[in-house]
Design a protein around this ligand. Structure first.
Ligand SMILES: [Ca+2]
Ligand SMILES: [Ca+2]
Ligand SMILES: [Ca+2]
Length: 315
């Protein structure tokens, strides 16, 4: 290799390294002076919207009652700066995740940034729809994680709501009740469902011409995260026989995957996985035309990348 070529090689190599260093959504958040928590999907992983704030009794002083301070990335500075929401004794906060959801996957699933000088325990419940609640665990107070791996919580449901209720441990401070700076999902996901009729003609698996636009806009949502596993799941209705529906959904998954690879380019940091289900997982009984239409679908889930889960095994 000539000297010039070698130099060029070094420059290219270094600039690629630089690009890669730039291309990571996953982010470390400081817990204390010594520890941090890694969120593999980065800043989208936090609760986005306040649904309800029920202040407990006695309540915290007014400046600690700003209900939206518990949303988005953590930004606690010190106890005097009210960058957090205090629940009051026995109070509760209900929040929604709008640009992401969360799931019960390997390792800890949620991370609550409970801040301030005292550690105040709280109960956490989760919900798919904001109506039906499942007990998810207790936090001892302080910055705490929750593993959803318990009875009654499967590994397929995507949750969008979280409710935290103070357990009345410390009721006499200015910031009575647990103090929430941020509510994060470690196992954060983006789930996108697209009606198969938009993408394909009946019994076909090559994409319709205008399907490409639908997948382009879907790709924009995926781009919020630059490194992930993208799971493509295909479902049909019950018309036709089981075996051909399985083959059809598999071929449709492959079409969607190939189109996404075309959009993102071969050297993107996404890894694809496909799971065809045929007619085996209907959302609704296949007894009306409307229900059948709802059952014909492609579901795309953007998950933390595989190397994140491999790093968990090493600990
Ligand atoms: Ca979010
Ligand atoms: Ca888990
Ligand atoms: Ca905050």
């Amino acid at each position: 290799m000539s000297c010039f070529k070698f130099l060029l090689f070094i420059i290219l190599f270094a600039s690629q390294g630089f690009l890669f260093a730039q291309k990571r959504t996953g982010k470390l958040y400081r817990i204390d002076r010594y520890e941090s928590i890694y969120l593999p999907l980065g800043k989208i992983s936090f609760a986005d919207k306040l649904i309800e704030y029920k202040v407990g009794t006695p309540p915290p002083i007014q400046k600690y009652r700003d209900s939206v301070q518990c949303l988005h990335e953590p930004n606690y500075k010190n106890y005097q700066t009210p960058n957090f929401t205090s629940l009051g004794c026995g109070g509760s906060l209900t929040v929604e995740f709008t640009d992401n959801g969360f799931m019960n996957l390997p390792g800890d699933d949620l991370y609550l940034f409970e801040v301030g000088p005292s550690k105040e325990p709280a109960k956490v419940e989760i919900s798919q729809n904001g109506k039906d609640w499942i007990y998810a665990g207790k936090i001892a107070g302080g910055k705490s994680s929750i593993d959803l791996n318990k009875e009654g919580i499967d590994t397929e449901t995507v949750f969008y709501f979280l409710k935290i209720t103070d357990l009345k441990d410390l009721c006499k401070s200015k910031s009575a009740g647990a103090d929430l700076d941020a509510i994060g999902a470690i196992n954060s996901v983006i789930k996108l469902t697209i009606n198969a009729d938009v993408l394909f003609d009946v019994a076909k698996y090559d994409l319709k011409e205008n399907a490409k636009q639908s997948l382009d806009s879907l790709a924009e949502s995926i781009r919020q995260v630059d490194k992930a596993t993208i799971l493509v799941e295909g479902h049909t209705d019950s018309d036709g026989d089981e075996v051909s529906n399985m083959t059809l959904s598999e071929n449709r998954c492959i079409s969607v995957k190939n189109r996404l690879i075309e959009i993102f380019g071969e050297d993107s940091l996404y890894e694809f996985e496909i799971k065809p289900y045929g007619e085996s997982k209907p959302r609704f009984p296949n007894d009306t035309e409307e229900n059948k239409q709802q059952n014909r679908r492609v579901e795309i889930t953007v998950l933390p990348p595989k190397d994140y889960y491999e790093s968990l095994k090493k600990i």
